[in-house]
Structures are given as structure tokens and as C-alpha cells.
Design a protein around this ligand. Structure first.
Ligand code: COA
Length: 385
């Protein structure tokens, strides 16, 4: 049914089995018309990094309603059931990638992170800092990658808000799976690992899509996922941008504060398209605000509106890293969506005030909130789920 409402997923047993391995049956809601399933919504039980460390989070996925049953309130009913269930399970937040970004605001989700898609023509790929002589690159098999990649990913994940823990099954059935029918123009997945001082420190999953026109190469390198320790990450990109016999480098879902922007000798040749990636919904505002760390000590009072989960509405005081109900005068008034936008550090209160989405009730309050919610890195979610 999920394959049907997403219009054209391969619904064969192998694809269904691969997908189901990561999504616990009890985390899928279905809408019924009599005996027939006509819609559904799932949630991966994630540990999502928020500022300060990992937090239980419902990773909302495969939401849809059959074309025969749309516009009758089925999505509303599914979202209500799902968020109630998430709250009962004690997950303070939910997160999702929206196939259509206009749908989820009414359920309290707010845009929490941006991503960048990069297109860079070959010939403008020089990097400014000299190469680190202590690094080497080797190509490894998807089999060997099962051991080598997860520790690198975990180091990046734990320092980056917006990333979630991956099980061995997740790695096997998603990143390290390469069924021929899902290859771009038949190009197989490659895995490159950068070693720094003899230790695996960065990796890339990528395809080399080879094409020729009038004897000239018009192919591209598609970077699926690339990350690593600081320093080693740049050496990884030096390797990727050195792949020959192609005309363009393409990468999706890069972090918006990627060091490449500074390292490229000609950064303007890299065409970066920004787009919304992760949306966050604070399901339990008090628990969620208390679960993240803050970059300041000064207390802040938020007047939060939440029409879909009214139990969250009211005045919340953040002080000493803990959020509690208060009768104190509020500093900022905002919908729960905007608390989601602030939550991972992707956006500041001041920019949301300028966008007309947050009201400053006391002078200087937005600047104080900017400091409080600030994080050293922008949130990043490298994978659609
Ligand atoms: C989007 C989809 C889930 C809506 O399901 P539905 O049962 O028709 O939705 P409902 O009747 O419950 O409507 C819920 C609300 O969303 C609004 N809505 C529905 N589809 C929308 C869309 N494509 N864009 C923006 N708003 C939409 C409705 O107007 C309604 O708003 P209201 O409650 O404020 O009046 C369904 O059309 C679908 O499955 N589409 C294809 C798959 C998809 O896009 N999935 C979601 C992305 S992960």
C-alpha cells in the first residue's frame, strides 16, 4: 500500500522486505476503509543528536493516503494518532523530511535544518589548503565498508545535531546495498576511505556516471554521502574532486556550513542550491527543551502556542538548562513550529522575528535567544528517511 500511495515504488517482495527490516511493525499506523488499508504513517525509533547529545525521536516516514481517499481528513487522523503514540512512548520530539513542505506546519512541525545540493564543473575544483601528507585514500568493498564506515559516521553523528544512529541492518539495507535496478545509469556504488595517521578518518559513497558525447566526456561523479573527522574530510573531497573523465561533480544533502565553501579556490563556481531538509516537532515541549544543552545562562521565557497538541501551550522558562512552566512575563511569543526551528540551532530567533514568525515581547529578547540556542555547527541530516 505504501508503494502505491507513493506512486511507483517497486512493490516486489525484496524491496518490501528491505524496507520493513528497519521499521518496527508496531510503529506503523494504518487507516482502514472496512478491511482495506487506504493510508498510513510510520515512525523509526531514532536516537537523534540534538545540541548536547542523542535524544529519543520519532523519525516520521512513509506518510500517505490512497488517491481514492484523499481530502477526507485521513491524514489529520493519522497525524493525531501518531503524535499521541509518540508522546505515550516518551519520545520528546518527532522529525521528518517532507515530500511536500507545505503539509506539516498544521501538525506543529517547523523547518529545523537546511541542506545544500552542489554542482561543480570539473576544472574549478582546486582546493586552497595544501594536501595533508599524512593521509592516504583507499577504495574498499561494500563488504569491508560494514566495519570501516560506522565508527567514522558515529564520530560525526555525535557532534552534529540532526543526525541519527544507524543500526547494522540500516547500513546493510540502505547505504551499503546497491541493487542494480537502483543504480543511476548503471553506475555501481564506490566506497573511498581516507586514513589519517593509518586510522580510518573519513569516507565517501559515490558513483562515477560515465557518458560521452562527440568523443567528449559529459559524465559526472555523484557523491551520495561523504563525511569524516575535521581535516580528513577535506582530504576526502580533494580525492573526490580529483576523479578523472567526468565533467561535473554533484552532491546532494551537504551541510550548509561545509568547509568546501572556504577551501575551494573558486567557490562561486560551485552552484549551491539550498532547501529545507529536517523538520522538527516538539511533542513534549518541557521534556524536549530540557533535553538539549544551551550556550548561555541567562533565563528566557517563551510564550508557546500549539493548536494541534494544546497540552504544550503556555509559558515556558528556560534556566540552567531546564525548561519549566512559569507565570513570569514572556520574552518571545511563538508557535511550537518555530520552537522546532530554533531547537537544533539551525535558525536564530532574530531571523525568525524578521520573518514575522516570532514576536519579541521584550527588547533584546531575540538577541538573548540567539545566544542561548546557538551551536558551533549547523544541524545536518545527510539522508532522507
Ligand atoms: C498529502 C496527503 C497525505 C494528504 O492526505 P489527505 O488524507 O488527503 O489529507 P487530509 O484530508 O487529512 O487533509 C489534511 C490537511 O492537509 C491539507 N493538505 C492535503 N494535501 C495537501 C498538500 N498536498 N499540500 C498542502 N496541504 C495539503 C488539507 O487541506 C488539510 O488541511 P486542513 O486540515 O487545514 O483543512 C495525500 O494527498 C498523499 O498521500 N499524497 C501523496 C504522498 C505524500 O505527499 N505524502 C506526504 C509526504 S511525506
Amino acid at each position: 500500500m505504501i508503494g502505491h500511495y507513493f506512486g511507483g515504488w517497486p512493490a516486489d517482495d525484496a524491496a518490501t522486505e528491505r524496507f520493513a527490516r528497519n521499521l518496527p511493525f508496531e510503529r506503523v499506523h494504518a487507516a482502514f476503509d472496512g478491511e482495506a488499508i487506504v493510508g498510513g504513517a510510520g515512525a523509526f525509533p531514532f536516537q537523534l543528536t540534538v545540541p548536547g547529545g542523542p535524544l529519543a525521536c520519532a523519525g516520521v516516514t512513509v506518510v500517505g493516503v490512497l488517491p481514492t481517499h484523499r481530502r477526507r481528513g485521513i491524514l489529520n487522523a493519522l497525524m493525531r494518532e501518531q503524535l499521541d503514540d509518540v508522546r505515550r512512548r516518551g519520545e520528546p520530539i518527532a522529525a521528518l523530511w517532507a515530500s511536500e513542505e507545505g503539509i506539516y506546519r498544521r501538525y506543529g512541525y517547523g523547518m529545523a535544518a537546511l541542506g545544500a545540493e552542489m554542482t561543480l564543473p570539473r576544472g574549478h575544483h582546486a582546493l586552497r589548503p595544501p594536501a595533508d601528507g599524512d593521509t592516504t585514500v583507499r577504495l574498499v568493498s561494500l563488504q569491508d565498508a560494514k566495519e570501516l564506515l560506522p565508527p567514522i559516521y558515529d564520530r560525526v553523528r555525535l557532534r552534529t545535531a540532526g543526525m541519527y544512529e544507524r543500526s547494522a541492518t540500516w547500513w546493510e539495507s540502505r547505504q551499503l546495498d546497491d541493487p542494480p535496478d537502483r543504480r543511476e545509469d548503471g553506475a555501481a556504488k564506490n566506497v573511498a576511505v581516507v586514513e589519517h595517521g593509518g586510522r580510518p578518518a573519513a569516507y565517501a559513497l559515490y558513483r562515477v556516471v560515465s557518458k560521452w558525447e562527440a568523443a567528449a566526456n559529459v559524465g559526472h561523479v555523484r557523491v551520495i554521502e561523504a563525511m569524516g573527522d575535521d581535516g580528513a574530510e577535506l582530504e576526502l573531497w580533494r580525492y573526490l574532486l580529483g576523479v578523472d573523465w567526468i565533467s561535473t561533480f554533484r552532491a546532494d544533502h551537504l551541510p550548509v556550513d561545509h568547509p568546501l565553501v572556504h577551501a575551494l579556490v573558486n567557490p562561486r563556481r560551485a552552484v549551491l542550491r539550498l532547501y529545507d531538509t529536517l523538520f522538527v516537532r516538539l511533542v513534549d515541549v518541557g521534556a524536549a527543551l530540557s533535553a538539549r544543552s544551551y550556550a548561555g545562562e541567562e533565563p528566557l521565557v517563551l510564550e508557546v502556542a500549539d493548536t494541534f497538541l494544546p497540552g504544550n501551550a503556555g509559558r515556558w522558562r528556560i534556566a540552567g538548562g531546564v525548561a519549566g512552566r512559569t507565570d513570569d512575563e514572556a520574552d518571545l511569543a511563538l508557535d511550537v513550529n518555530e520552537v522546532g526551528s530554533l531547537y537544533l540551532g539551525g535558525f536564530g530567533a532574530s531571523e525568525l522575528v524578521r520573518a514575522g514568525l516570532v514576536r519579541e515581547l521584550r527588547e533584546g529578547a531575540a538577541a538573548r535567544a540567539d545566544v542561548l540556542f546557538a551551536t558551533p555547527r549547523k544541524p545536518w541530516c545527510p539522508e532522507i528517511f
